[in-house]
Structure formats: C-alpha cells, structure tokens
Design a protein around this ligand. Structure first.
Ligand SMILES: [Mn+2]
Length: 587
C-alpha cells in the first residue's frame, strides 16, 4: 500500500555554484550553506545573520522620530515634568511600557503607566482615557504599541494640555496622515529613504530608550550603569518581539538573540520568578518558550485578569512580591485555558449542528451567549486549526445589556484576506478592523444571520483563495550523512527561530528503517531508526501513533522523509535526532 506525503512539499531550486561560494566564503558545512541559500541570503548577509552581533543592529538614530522624541523626553525630565506611558494589554504593549517606564525612572524622571482594559476600554487611545489622564495632571503622554491612527485622540490631548509623543509599529493610516503629536516614532516611516517596517512595539520602545541614554550621555558610549539597564530592557523587549510574531529576521532577530542571551544569564527578578513558576528555569531559554509558555501566561492577565499586574511583575525587584504576582498569573492562565476549552467545545457543537450538514458554507460564523470576550481570538484560531476554514467567534451579550452589539474575533486561513471579507460586509457591521489573518468586529445580534450569509457568499466567490493545498517548503534535500553533530552545532547559529526564520526543514529520499518503529508512550510518540548508505540516525514523531504500524503496512523498504534535525541533549549526552514531519513510501 503506497503512502503519499500529507502536505504539498516544495524544494527550492539550488544553484550549486552559490552553495559552493557560501560554503567557501563563510567556512561552514554544506548543509548550512544550503540553508542560507534557501533563505535567499548573500554570503555577506549570511555572515551577519550567523554572527547576530549587537553591533549589526541599526542605531536608534535611523528610526524615524527617535532623536526628536528622546530630546523632548530629556527636556521634560530636566523640567521635572511628569510622564504617563500609555501601553497595551498584550505582551508587546506591556513590555514596551516597562521599557520606557524603567528608562525614564533611571534617568530621574517622574513617570507612571496606564494599560487600557481590554474589556472596558479596548485597544489604543480613547477620548475618555485621554481626558482621565489629563485630569490626573500629567504633563506628558507617551504611547507605546498604539496611537499611530489616533489623530482625534491626540488632538484632544493637545487641547487638554497633554504634550504627546506617539511610538507605535502598527500601520499608519492609508492617507499617510500622522497624529498631531510633538514627536512620532515609527519604523514604517522612512528616514533618509530607509525604514525597518517590521519592528515590534517593544523594539521601538527599546530603541527610544537606547537613544535617550545616548542623548543623555552625549555619546554612543553610555557608561556601565545605563548599559546594564539597557541590556535588561533588551531582555524585556525580547518578550514583546517574540510574542507579537513579527518576522524574526533583521533587527528583530538580532535583538532577540541578544535579549535571550541576557535573560539566560541574568533574568530580572520578575522574569526569573515567572520562569520558575512555569518550570522553565532549568533549561536554556528559547524563543519557543516565550511563544508557547511565557507570552500566553502574561497575556492571560490582559484577557481574564488585570494586565497592570503583569507589568508590575516585569518591574518587580523583590522576590516575594514577584512570586505572589506569578501565582496570580498562573491562576489567570488556568482560568483562560478553562474558558478557552469550554467555549471551543460549545463552538465545535455549533459547527456540527449548523455547518457539516451544509458544507457549502466555507466561512464559520459562530455565536454564543456570554462567551468571555478575552478568549474569542484564541477560540477562533482553534477552530481554524480544527476545520481549516476562516472563522468568526461572536459573543452575544447577556440580556441585561441588550443594547450592546456582539463583539467578535476573526481568524483566517493562509491566502484568504479576512479584513477584506469584513470590509465587504461593512453595511451590516457596527465596527470592523484588522488585517489579512486576524481581525475584530462587532455586529448586532439580530444581524448575525444576514452577516453569516453575506460573508459566505463572499467566501464562495473567493473560493480559490481558500485552497488547503498551499505548498510548504523544505530548505533542501540532504543525505543523512550530512547531519553530523558538527553541522547541527553550526546550524544553532541560525536561532532564534520564528516567523520568516523557521526551523531548518529537510527532505531525505530513499531512506530505510533499521528496525521496526516503536511506540514511545501514550502521548503518541513514535521512535525510528532511519538508515541510508551506511548511516543510521534516530528519528521521532509526535502526535502520530498510527505511523508506527503504517510504515510497516506499506510493505515498502524505502521512504522519503521530511524532518527537522536537532541535537538531543539527555543525561549529559548529545546525539542527532530527526523530528519526522511527513513521509511517503516508494514503490
Ligand atoms: Mn504590538
């Protein structure tokens, strides 16, 4: 019985001359040179990529508005004026808040912070929050991770006597109009014809902190005290870079590589307490630890608790205080998980009732009474994973606030622009906004059916974009003999991995099995001994227990495998291990 790959794997064409040049110029193993070529880097770019040296980061003066903002903030500090940092309730916004709060404090300024509430305020600046802050008597309002489209709110702040600086990384208005702030710091606005559009909000804040130190010391050499503070803030900013899923290339990647290095050696007290609470303190911290463990835990505070407490944790300097805040974070995170599971279960029921019988509806619109608004986005993502269709999850308000429209979160599949689909239905919606893969909306309960119908008509017209057979890429085909420990150690210089810098993925063809695959445990792990031309390498597959017997049932002696190689470090020993992603049998 023949088995084909589950996925449509594509291998980019390699120019052997280019690979040879890369191998020679950088003095790296061939497999690593193939990777760098597959990632479309020139030898010079490859060298910078592998070195990840902090000196390769663009200086803060290259960031639009950064010098001006730093100058203004230093003036404010000199005049003994007070600042409020206006952040966001996600990890990027929280870490950006901490970065500016800490640096202004360190420079002797009076500063506080305000994190809007996801539930009561919603994302970004609002007239009522601006009025509140003006009333509290602050002189300066500095936004992080928000504000670039808040023209009206910034104008209000101006009228109320709040001097405003906007720092953000979200796309500016299509018209190019900027908020009327005293300074706008934004990576997508070109300065001298150059920009670095993909920086996270926390990376923008970090660059402003860096520039503040340079301007204060009137030198690129900021001295030991400020340098140590900046290193700590780089560690904090790294949380935001990884959590916001910005591309991990260029500045974002170098900042993250250096920030992770710092956190591994000298995590600040709050982060150390969190690492312990999540049992991550005994291994080297990775970008994946941040994506899958740390960020969801801190984000839970913004979803179902109080994001101010997460900021407090990142700022804490006393272990007992930090530990009690970590307990709170863990409690909120398990509340978030429970809500997510319960609502996902109800949403799946709705799909079974409403959709599988009429599967010509390619767009899932699912609504439930009183569903917690803090988890709608994650539930939508789960439904996309489960049913491979773009999904909107709507929360119908409980009857006591019947005037309130239902708010919802949309998540899409690769290739289908969900923001455009919502814009097409704008006449039915009371609010909508977002981007291709994720968006938010609100709609009145009585309009949900009409909306479901209209967005499905739109999705049917754009059916081609809903194809599930999107190609996936392997970096190269390699012989198993190329995957030596030396090569894998050299490949570690490509870390940290993330968006646009995925883990190296290879294909090997004509591979045999040295022994029958073994089921490892009840979680569905399967272990393999692959061999090819006299080389045997261990492999492991997760979540596919059936593969153990399927390999044998093909009756085939020879397979093509797609895998990610890694170094298995166990009990002081190291070995090469392949994580099997997909496979097919050959005749
Ligand atoms: Mn952000």
């Amino acid at each position: 019985m023949l088995r084909k790959f589950d996925k449509n794997w594509q291998i980019p064409l390699h120019d052997s001359g280019e690979v040879e040049r890369m191998t020679r110029q950088l003095n790296v193993p061939v497999a690593l040179a193939q990777l760098l070529c597959a990632r479309k880097l020139t030898p010079e770019e490859g060298r910078r990529f592998l070195s990840s040296s902090f000196s390769e980061v663009e200086p803060p003066t290259a960031l639009f508005g950064c010098e001006k903002a730093a100058e203004l903030i230093l003036q404010g500090i000199d005049n003994n004026e007070s600042f409020v940092i206006y952040g966001d309730y996600d990890v990027d916004g929280m870490s950006a808040t901490v970065v500016l709060y800490r640096i202004i404090t360190a420079l002797g300024g009076k500063v506080n912070y305000y994190i809007p509430s996801r539930h009561d305020d919603g994302y970004g600046l609002h007239n009522h929050t601006v009025e509140n802050l003006a009333q509290q008597g602050y002189n300066w309002l500095v936004t992080v991770d928000c504000g670039i489209r808040s023209l009206e709110e910034v104008a209000l702040a101006n009228r109320l006597g709040l001097k405003t600086i906007v720092t953000d990384h979200h796309p500016p208005l299509e018209s190019g109009e900027l908020p009327p702030a005293l300074a706008v710091v934004h990576p997508a606005i070109p300065l001298n014809g150059k920009c670095t559009p993909e920086l996270s909000g926390s990376a923008v804040a970090f660059k402003l902190a860096w520039q503040l130190c340079c301007a204060k010391m009137k030198s690129a050499n900021v001295g030991d005290r400020l340098r140590n503070i900046l290193l700590e803030l780089l560690g904090i900013a790294t949380l935001g870079i990884v959590a916001d899923v910005v591309p991990l290339i260029g500045d974002n990647r170098i900042l993250t590589a250096n920030g992770l290095k710092y956190l591994r050696n000298r995590a600040p007290i709050g982060i150390m307490a969190l690492l312990q609470g999540l049992s991550l303190h005994e291994q080297p911290l990775s970008a994946e630890n941040i994506s899958y463990k740390i960020a969801p835990t801190l984000n839970a505070a913004g979803r179902v608790g109080d994001p101010n407490k997460a900021v407090e944790l990142l700022l804490s300097i006393q272990p007992p205080k930090a530990q009690s805040l970590v307990s709170l974070m863990l409690e909120w995170n398990s509340k978030r998980k429970n809500l997510e599971q319960e609502i996902s279960r109800q949403a799946e029921e709705l799909v079974k009732e409403q959709y599988l019988s009429e599967d010509d509806n390619p767009f899932l619109v699912l609504a439930g009474q009183g569903w917690h608004e803090g988890v709608l986005g994650i539930v939508a993502s789960r439904m996309v994973e489960r049913f491979h269709r773009p999904t909107i999850i709507l929360s119908i308000p409980n009857s006591d606030d019947s005037e309130k429209p239902c708010s919802g979160s949309a998540r899409s599949v690769e290739g289908f622009d969900v923001a455009a689909a919502l814009a097409h239905c704008s006449d039915i919606l009371t609010r909508h906004g977002g981007h291709k893969m994720a968006a938010g909306l609100s709609v009145r309960e009585q309009d949900i059916d009409a909306f479901r119908q209209k967005i499905n008509e739109y999705a049917k017209e754009h059916k081609a974009e809903l194809s599930t057979d999107e190609p996936e890429y392997v970096d190269a085909e390699v012989p198993l003999s190329a995957l030596t420990m030396e090569t894998l150690l050299a490949m570690e210089a490509m870390e940290p991995f993330g968006k646009e810098n995925p883990k190296p993925t290879f294909m090997a063809t004509n591979v045999g099995l040295a022994s029958a695959p073994r089921l490892l445990n009840s979680y569905g792990g399967v272990q393999f001994d692959f061999y090819q031309n006299g080389v045997t390498v261990k492999g492991v597959a997760f979540q596919h227990p059936s593969w153990a017997s399927e390999f044998v049932n093909t009756g085939s002696q020879s397979f093509d495998i797609v895998f990610q190689p890694s170094i298995n470090r166990f009990a002081g020993r190291t070995s090469v291990q392949l994580r099997l992603l997909d496979w097919q049998s050959r005749e």
